[in-house]
Design a protein around this ligand. Structure first.
Ligand SMILES: C[S@@+](CC[C@H](N)C(=O)[O-])C[C@H]1O[C@@H](n2cnc3c(N)ncnc32)[C@H](O)[C@@H]1O
Length: 229
């Protein structure tokens, strides 16, 4: 693909612009139709199903990039004994998540933090997560930080995970027709997968192709599960 100089995902993005891009996305409520799309709900369901196979009753769950809390709510309903920490960069998204999850937050079952995971990861306690979900967001780091910093971030995530814990991810591959396309190229996604595999044991990998009615388009995505041995 020829370089498109107007596309920030082609060239790397400074942190303020990166942050502003997501605030812009979340000017619209539920910009990816997380709460209503069959495609999104199926993807969440698949991740939950596979994670239950490996980690049926986690006590500590970390959700990186929890957006407006749609998936967070599903996780709270599935993992009844878990305390869930959600981290999200967009202020508007997090405000909506706080509203949606108010009852769980009051009960002390969910805690939300606003921040950029590439910084927040260094403040999270070590050995504190049984099960981490990082869905449809790590490829964005290709535009925000260097490959060395992605490596460092994953090394730190490994420290945050408990021994025997799991990491579950879903990532779209080769997304066509969207500004994010360049950061979803298979070779870059595979690069992220190899970095993760330096620290974690890959235990499951599945590929899907599915039609998203809201976008009138088919997408390919992969779901991965890694274990910290
Ligand atoms: C495509 S949405 C995916 C949301 C959700 N994880 C899911 O799977 O449906 C990407 C989310 O990642 C968040 N995000 C992107 N970069 C981030 C970062 N560096 N730190 C925290 N959140 C980030 C965005 O604000 C947005 O909510």
């Amino acid at each position: 693909m020829a370089e498109d100089s107007s596309n920030p995902f082609e060239k790397g993005i400074d942190p303020d612009t990166y942050h502003a891009l997501f605030e812009e996305d979340f000017k619209t409520e539920d910009p990816w139709s997380f709460g209503t799309s069959k495609y999104e709900q199926t993807k969440y369901g698949r991740q939950i199903k596979v994670s239950k196979k490996y980690m049926p009753d986690p006590k500590k769950v970390l959700e990186i990039s929890c957006a407006e809390g749609v998936y967070t709510e599903m996780l709270a309903d599935e993992f009844k004994n878990a305390h869930i920490t959600g981290i999200e960069i967009s202020h508007s998204a997090l405000e909506r998540a706080e509203k949606r999850l108010e009852a769980y937050i009051k009960e002390g079952r969910i805690e939300l933090t606003e921040g950029d995971i590439t910084e927040e990861i260094y403040s999270l306690p070590e050995n504190s997560s049984d099960l981490t979900f990082w869905s449809e967001s790590i490829p964005y780091l290709n535009a925000l930080i260097t490959p060395v910093d992605i490596y460092n971030c994953i090394e730190q995530l490994h420290k945050v995970q408990k021994q025997g814990s799991h990491l579950v991810m879903a990532n779209i591959i080769d997304q066509e027709g969207y500004p994010e396309g360049p950061i979803t190229r298979k070779v870059l996604i595979d690069n992220i997968k190899s970095i993760i595999s330096e620290f974690f044991e890959p235990v499951c990998e599945r590929s899907y192709r599915e039609f998203k009615v809201e976008e009138n388009q088919e997408f390919d995505y992969e779901i991965w599960v890694f274990r910290k041995d």
